[in-house]
Design a protein around this ligand. Structure first.
Ligand SMILES: [Zn+2]
Length: 373
């Protein structure tokens, strides 16, 4: 079965490429923000919503008005408008907030379609640059990419993400099914009693980060030293994000390799992240990303991820006899079932219930990968 996946690699631009990329990011951002301003004004002043084709036509006149836009590949400008259209679609469908303006001091990115890049002898060339990108390949590509995204993070690192088709091979069928309870003390707890532990990446780097942030606060606004200090802070943040992503990938890979069916509770992570006390730990645990990885890895391997409704009383129900405990404060980690005399570890019991509910949902044929129960 053909599937799509992104191969993300780091690259090191030549000084000329660095200038070209800075210019391209800047022009893309300019067109995006200018158009967003135009659309917002039209909507709030005249109650008009502007269509994508109108916006595309407007790009032609923008280029005449601002000749510097001609110096970069026009694909970048068209793609940024397409991204904006997607952002608006998500907003109208109630899936996202109103599109935001792009900032100079955040992560920069641009998308290129086939018209603006080419592969020759396993080397990647982009429009308006004669030299190939100096990519540190970590693995070969499965096919020629259909589109690429070039980004620069806050730590000043350049990445290219290449979207390729590949032949997904189903894994041999496994007879194991697992239920997973997502937690804070542990990233996840499985129904067979495994507790993952939570690598608290932030805590490891907390002192260093605090020191660097104090240094940054002392620097004068707009000075070179401030820019240097900001970069140092960004590097530690990048390190934390890398560690977190690595741990999440390893965990999701193991679960999909070992189990035919993985049952998880669907969590309203966004809602929980509003609680400021929990927010940092939740961001640390990377739950949303963890479930996303489980889903796409299961699709590739022809395995199943079942999501259970989050209001399902997984902690309070006895996984042996079905007795439901009336109240069970979060502080109680172990409890005793008066009906069947079982002593439950709170989280393992929850994971067992999630497994049962997931399998029940599957038996009804109503759920499967990516579908909420
Ligand atoms: Zn019981």
């Amino acid at each position: 079965m053909k599937q799509k996946r992104a191969y993300k690699e780091r690259f090191y631009p030549t000084p000329e490429q660095e200038t070209l990329l800075a210019q391209s990011f800047g022009c893309g951002r300019f067109v995006y923000n200018n158009t967003l301003r135009f659309r917002t004004d039209a909507y709030y002043k005249d109650g008009k919503s502007i269509s994508h084709s109108e916006v595309e036509k407007r790009l032609v006149s923008l280029k005449k008005e601002f000749p510097f836009l001609v110096d970069v590949s026009s694909v970048i400008l068209q793609q940024t408008l397409r991204d904006q259209q997607e952002a608006f679609k998500n907003f109208w469908a109630g899936r996202a907030k109103y599109p935001k303006f792009k900032k100079r001091h955040s992560r920069q990115s641009m998308r290129l379609t086939k018209a603006a890049f080419s592969m020759k002898n396993s080397q990647l060339f982009i429009a308006k640059s004669k030299e190939p990108l100096n990519i540190r390949w970590s693995r070969p590509l499965a096919s020629e990419p259909s589109s690429i995204t070039i980004s620069k993070d806050l730590a000043g690192r350049y990445f290219v993400s290449m979207l390729c088709e590949f032949d997904a091979k189903p894994m041999p069928v496994s007879n194991k099914t697992v239920g997973i309870d997502l937690g804070l003390t542990d990233l996840f707890i499985t129904s067979d009693g495994n507790k993952s532990g939570n690598p608290r990446h932030t805590r490891r780097y907390e002192q260093k980060l605090a020191y660097l942030q104090r240094q940054l606060a002392k620097k004068q606004k707009g000075s070179n030293n401030r820019a240097k200090a900001r970069l140092k802070v960004a590097r530690v943040h990048a390190k934390i994000a890398d560690c977190r992503m690595d741990a999440t990938h390893k965990a999701s890979r193991t679960l999909i390799n070992e189990n035919q069916v993985v049952c998880v509770e669907s969590l309203n992570v966004k809602g929980m992240i509003k609680n400021p006390k929990l927010a940092r730990h939740i961001a640390d645990a990377n739950w949303g990303e963890f479930v996303r990885q489980l889903k796409y890895k299961s699709e590739w391997a022809d395995r199943t991820v079942v999501e259970i409704d989050r209001f399902f009383p997984s902690s309070k129900r006895c996984s042996c006899c079905g007795f439901v405990h009336e109240s069970l404060p979060l502080s109680i980690r172990e409890w005793y079932c008066p009906e069947c005399n079982t002593i439950h570890d709170r989280d393992i019991n929850a994971a067992k219930n999630i497994r049962t509910a997931g399998l029940a949902g599957l038996a009804c044929g109503a759920t499967g990968t990516g579908v909420a129960a």
